[in-house]
Design a protein around this ligand. Structure first.
Ligand code: HC0
Ligand code: SF4
Length: 573
């Protein structure tokens, strides 16, 4: 242990601790801007400078390690002035359109200006040449807001192992951008949005599709239906002042009905359907020598990553479309027929924790109903903006149920929202289908949790099935390289693009670096997802009565011709 004093107060911390961490231990908050725990710890912005007795200059607390007997001062005139100068220089080159910015009231720059008592900006001068890039179906870059903190760069390079954005040019001309200042749409960006949730300001945001949805809601000719993704039920409440990971499953139908949707359905229903198809696909491949390991295909960021960076695994991908897309295809065929509605009049909206879903719904493979199966995708953040605009307070909503039949689901569908959930849901069904016996313990805890790569061996009818789960694409890289190099052999792999799975999606409510310091919000939301599962009366996909009815009335059986036509595809590019 190391002993030091901070502003005269004694503190004891383990060796290797930074001054920033040591200060937090005694309740002192040193301001930061470029720092994002575990993602970007580079000491670049110099907002966190402190005085260290004996050191020649002010030191960046976020990277400065403690040492025995050290004396640190966090609140001297020199420190306060240095931080103010840094901040004012940043503000002098910033597009200060706060009231109309997507991050208004949730911006770390704005908050710092308030906290540091900035009343005027002493420096004026030229502004850097900015670029507004909105060609991507998912991500919008506005470099007039960029403060060059590099949090997005680290998220893209280190967390996602993608690395399509970097600081280009030099000095005042520096701009975080794809190579040759291309658009994100022109490079191998996977649309995951992890850069957005790392950004402290409004330099990165999702492509806004709220206008499309307002228009559809106002169109009397349209039958507008909505599905909500598993992970949204444990995150939307955060936007309305409920705690991190608050479960709002039953408030969502009430809020969305009041917003004007004709029917409120649940992606969890389609997740159960996915398990029926994917579980049988796995068994089919296992029994008939098909390509193994089977790799899940429901995360569109992961699919794009596979297409660009690991095409040799394309044949391993499950041919199942994602639940969001299965939902759209079923809505415009089975549901349309059952309700006697012309499918051209049905407008399908998805509410997703994900920015890549905006890209997925526009893929050419996703039109098996004869129309674009899903018409618009809103992130958790966008729907919260629409609700606020309409004066609907989610927190004050009564509990209501989803509509039938596409709103009926099981706990297995819900756990799709957390890393390991698709695997666990599949194992619950595969085990019972193969053995004909009821599973004694349906909770496969070895595939749960926030560890980057998880492995388990499950015995089914005397056969040992090796499974693995990776979340965050840098972890996916590690896992796939192991498979490629024959260092590990699996039968079934789940990959989700975002760390934590969908609960950590790029469309989710954004936490500040300060909030992320102490809370692993992905674990909090993930735990909430498992609580949703525990509270469900049915917890296995094959027991979903609405899915059973869908097979009876329309699809026949899993992997039937009709299922293939509507619910499966081949990724080949
Ligand atoms: Fe997910 Fe999904 S679990 S990818 O993260 O499979 O976005 O929540 O909706 O489609 O169900 C996202 C979440 C979904 C899909 C489901 C899958
Ligand atoms: Fe990188 Fe994902 Fe952002 Fe694209 S969306 S730039 S892949 S972090």
């Amino acid at each position: 242990m190391v002993n030091l004093t901070i502003d005269g107060e004694k503190v004891q911390v383990p060796k290797g601790t930074t001054v920033l961490e040591a200060a937090r231990k005694i309740g002192k908050k040193i301001p930061t801007l470029c720092f994002l725990k575990g993602v970007n710890e580079i000491g670049a912005c110099r907002m966190c400078v402190v005085e260290v007795k004996g050191a020649r200059a002010l030191q960046a607390a976020c990277v400065y390690p403690v040492s025995e007997g050290m004396e640190v001062y966090t609140n001297t005139p020199a420190v306060r002035e240095a931080r103010k100068v840094t901040l004012e220089l940043l503000l002098s080159d910033h597009n200060l359109e706060c009231p109309t910015c997507v991050r208004n009231l949730n911006c770390e720059l704005q908050k710092l200006a308030e906290e540091l008592g900035i009343k005027s900006i002493r420096f004026t001068g030229e502004k850097h040449k900015a670029k507004y890039d909105d060609f991507s179906p998912s991500i919008v870059r506005d470099t007039s807001k960029c403060i060059l903190c590099r949090r997005c760069v680290s998220a893209c390079h280190n967390v996602q192992g993608v690395g399509v954005i970097s600081p280009n040019h030099r000095g005042f001309e520096t701009m975080v951008a794809p190579v040759y200042d291309l658009s994100l749409a022109e490079v191998a960006c996977v649309n995951c949005g992890q850069c957005i949730i790392a950004c402290p300001v409004g330099a990165l945001k999702e492509k806004d599709d709220t206008d499309k949805v307002w228009q559809a809601l106002q169109d009397p000719e349209k039958h507008v239906i909505v599905q909500i993704a598993p992970a949204v039920r444990v995150s939307l409440g955060e936007e309305f002042g409920l705690g991190r990971g608050a479960i709002v499953t039953k408030k969502i139908p009430a809020a969305l009905r009041r917003l004007g949707f004709d029917r409120v359905f649940d992606t969890d229903f389609a997740a159960d359907l996915t398990i029926m198809e994917e579980g049988h696909e796995f068994l089919e491949r296992l029994e008939h020598g098909g390509k193994l390991p089977l790799i899940t295909s429901c995360s569109p960021g992961w699919i794009k990553f596979c297409e660009h960076y690991y095409p040799e695994f394309l044949e391993n991908l499950s041919t199942c479309k994602s639940p969001q897309q299965m939902f759209g295809a079923v809505a415009k065929t089975y549901y349309a027929q059952k309700m006697g509605i012309d499918p051209s009049k049905i407008f399908v909206v998805s509410i997703m924790p994900c920015t890549a879903k905006k890209y997925e719904c526009q893929r050419p493979e996703m039109r098996s109903s004869g129309y674009q199966d899903v018409d618009a995708v809103l992130t958790t953040r966008e729907i919260s903006r629409m609700l606020r605009e309409a004066g609907i307070n989610l927190a004050a909503m009564p509990d209501e149920e989803f509509d039938e039949p596409l709103g009926i689901s099981t706990g297995a569908g819900a756990i799709f929202g957390a890393t390991g959930g698709v695997m666990e849901a599949a194992l619950r069904t595969v085990y019972e289908v193969v053995t004909g016996n009821e599973l004694e313990n349906i909770e496969f805890t070895s595939v749960r949790g926030v560890e980057g790569i998880k492995e388990a061996t499950v015995e089914i009818n005397g056969m040992k099935i090796n499974v693995a789960v990776a979340h965050g694409l840098a972890n996916a890289r590690k896992l796939l390289d192991r498979v490629k190099n024959k260092e590990a052999e699996y039968h079934f792999i789940e990959i989700m693009a975002c760390p934590g799975g969908c609960v950590g999606g790029g469309g989710q409510p954004i936490l500040s670096a300060d909030e992320r310091f102490d809370v692993d919000y992905r674990a909090v939301r993930g735990n909430a997802i498992y609580e949703v599962d525990r509270e469900m009366p049915l917890r296995k996909s094959h027991e979903n009565p609405a899915v059973q009815q869908l097979y009876k009335e329309f699809l026949g059986k899993p992997l039937s011709e009709k299922s293939h036509e509507l619910l499966h595809t081949h990724y080949t590019s």
